[in-house]
Ligand binder design. Sequence first.
Ligand SMILES: [Zn+2]
Length: 287
Amino acid sequence: MRSIIRAKSLGIVLSIRPGGWSLLLLVGAAMGLGGCAGIKWNKDFTPKNKYYIGRSVSAQVLNQYKVYEDPQATRYVNLLGQTLAKFSDVPEPYKGYHFIILDSPEVNAFAAPGSFIFVSRGMLRICATEDELAAVLAHEIGHIQHEHGVKVIRKSRNWAGLVKIGKFIAQATTDSEIAELADKFGDDIGNAVGTMLRKGYGRSAEKEADSAGIEIMHRTGYDTNAVITMLKKMEKRVKPGSTGFGSTHPSPSVRIDAIKSLIKSPPAKANAARQARFDKALMAARQ
Ligand SMILES: [Zn+2]
């Protein structure tokens, strides 16, 4: 009984319908048990495991941030994100990609395992064009493509426990079964979430995500120069040591130096139709 009550208190229902799909994000759950160096994650950690663990990570993220409830903005961010994801190296993960706007002034975006991508209103405010928002989302898709979130969790000494929990959760069929697992293992995943939110994925992972993001933008037809304009804006707005991108990513100037050779075409001309849909969809969200 206790576990069910707790699950309800953690329960989050997200309903996002870009093009008719919906996501029910239910409850945080997690890991425990002892570590085991012998786990081979490619073999033991299936796409379904990753999805359920990512859902648990996401539920914990949503214990710390509020979802921004704006159907127009959510639909737009999802359509843009899904379009970019189709041109990534991981176009169809288990249950697809989920893009969620956080009602936070912090300049932030991050990717959790299971293809959950979060972007804050603070970040949306910095983006002035669809191409710049595409740069942010493509970078996060790059983290998913390289499985950076999964790798952070893999380093956890409770990795073996998490693999087991992923399997249990995937097999749980009722809310009360999931709630019971959440109650048993609900605390430990916080360590992995804390790493993701406070420390980020590290310099080499960020470089990989930047490179992947530029490639995804290029394939999709967005102006890759938007990556540089976004990083320059962040240089001005995000102070070292601040929360959000300031604490989880290398300094923008370091990132620009690392990637500028990848951007080969000159800046594209302004696209009026693209700008109009960006302004309309995000008008309220960017206020
Ligand atoms: Zn990143």
